[in-house]
Design a protein around this ligand. Structure first.
Ligand code: C5P
Length: 417
């Protein structure tokens, strides 16, 4: 989604300016066209050459440089931008932006720029907390700017506090979210489930599964990037994903907890949910009576021959229940089928039994597909019997392909009498 997007990046004169170099590099690698503008003070921390080498484009620093190019281009740069990002934004530049000043290239471009404004303030804690800085941030937010909150941690001053420049991955997620506002899921509310459920045997042990959560997280992030408001309900995940930005994340443990969270989200929502994508690997059975204390060898729980019997009972099928639930009517429902045998046959019957709009099936026994991998090879089953076999793709691309098929279903619901 960043490909060919025109991003104007303003870099201010704070010590975090050097970190903006990594941001430019990652944006450029993702295909964005990044025009960097350094404030005069920024050039004392970093050089225009650093940014020109990374962006492969001309860098602007001085509005009044003798060639006149910067002066000539400030309107055009502002007008053609898809996003104006100021990172790091110092207290001084925030004040200048809030006042609508145009005393350098960056602030002049900002006034000429109708694109969304994304600000990543980074400064010493006291400067950040000062009423003047906070008032300036409020003014900018009222005018439509989005703020990436600074992180808490070690500051260049030697103190620990709020004011740190966020990680590049966090900034990229904000960039994607702001650019996605006009996407094909803008105004939609979607619920995605991810990861695996865990069914306790006793306070320390559980029955779980190998779900990494990667597919569900990719689905949630893709929906966010296309403008959706996303609730991600996640069970246990073996992949250590950073907390997703701009997504509401709710953690659950057991299938019953997952069911309660999905039902609350879908049935009791004040504003209706448009789509539910159940990528979570849900336990079909749970231990009927988990032990209150840790089960010990030789304890009364054992059979006479030293074996241990666990009685498992069936868990409710969350998707199947929603199929007949009036309060969930109209929600586009997508299920997953992780199979090891007879994928097509099982998938088709699951689609029917759970009354799904789409079913995404994968053979988890295949190399490069399913649990813990970065890639997935899936087949998408439609209600009308169509089956589309997709190639082995990164999970982010599988996620995009799934939303590509959900969007027309959402539109079709709106036009139905
Ligand atoms: O029938 P099976 O468990 O294989 O179906 C998988 C699909 O159904 C997945 O989308 C999964 O998240 C969902 N599921 C569910 N409730 C269950 C078990 C699975 O909604 N109890």
């Amino acid at each position: 989604m960043l490909k060919d997007k025109r991003i104007v990046l303003g870099v201010c004169g704070g010590i975090a300016a050097y970190k903006a170099a990594d941001l430019v590099s990652k944006l450029q690698q993702a295909g964005a066209l990044v025009d960097v503008i350094l404030t005069e003070r920024a050039t004392e921390f970093v050089t225009p050459l650093t940014f020109a080498a990374l962006s492969h484009r001309r860098v602007y620093a001085n509005l009044w440089e003798p060639s006149g190019e910067a002066a000539a281009r400030h309107i055009e740069l502002g007008q053609s931008a898809d996003l104006l990002l100021v990172a790091p934004a110092t207290a001084n530049t925030l004040a200048r932006l809030a006042q609508g000043m145009a005393d350098d290239m960056l602030t002049a471009v900002a006034l000429a720029c109708p694109a969304p404004l994304l600000l990543a303030p980074a400064m010493e804690s006291h400067m950040y907390a000062h009423a003047a800085t906070q008032a300036n941030l409020r003014t900018l937010v009222e005018r439509g700017a989005t703020i990436v909150p600074p992180e808490t941690g070690h500051l260049a001053s030697g103190e620990v506090g709020v004011g740190r420049f966020p990680e590049t991955a966090t900034l990229l997620a904000y960039v994607r979210r702001v650019l996605g506002r006009g996407g094909d899921l803008a105004g939609r509310r979607v619920v995605v489930t991810a990861g695996g459920t865990q069914e306790p045997l006793d306070p320390v042990r559980y029955i779980g599964n190998r779900s990494s959560g990667l597919m569900g997280f990719a689905l949630a992030e893709e929906a966010r990037d296309r403008g959706a408001e996303v609730l991600l309900i996640a069970g246990a995940t073996t992949a250590t994903e950073p907390e997703p930005v701009g997504i509401e994340l709710r953690r659950v443990g057991t299938t019953l907890e997952l069911r309660a969270a999905v039902r609350a989200a879908v049935r009791e929502a004040v504003v209706g949910v448009d789509a539910l994508v159940m990528a979570a690997a849900v336990a079909d059975y749970r231990v009927e009576q988990p032990a209150a204390q840790k089960i010990k060898k030789g304890s009364a729980a054992e059979n006479a021959d030293g074996s241990l019997t666990l009685r498992l009972v069936t868990n409710p099928d969350i998707l199947a229940e929603l199929a007949t639930d009036e309060r969930a009517a109209g929600v586009v429902r997508v299920g997953f089928a992780a199979e090891t045998t007879e994928v097509a046959k099982n998938a088709a019957s699951k689609l029917e039994r759970k009354q799904l709009d789409l079913l995404v099936a994968n053979d988890v026994a295949k190399a490069g597909s399913g649990f813990g991998t970065e890639t997935n090879e899936v087949a998408i089953f439609h209600r009308d019997g169509r089956v589309e076999q997709l190639a082995l793709l990164p999970k982010a691309e599988v996620a995009a392909a799934i939303w590509d098929r959900v969007v027309p279903l959402l539109r079709a619901r709106e036009t139905r009498p």
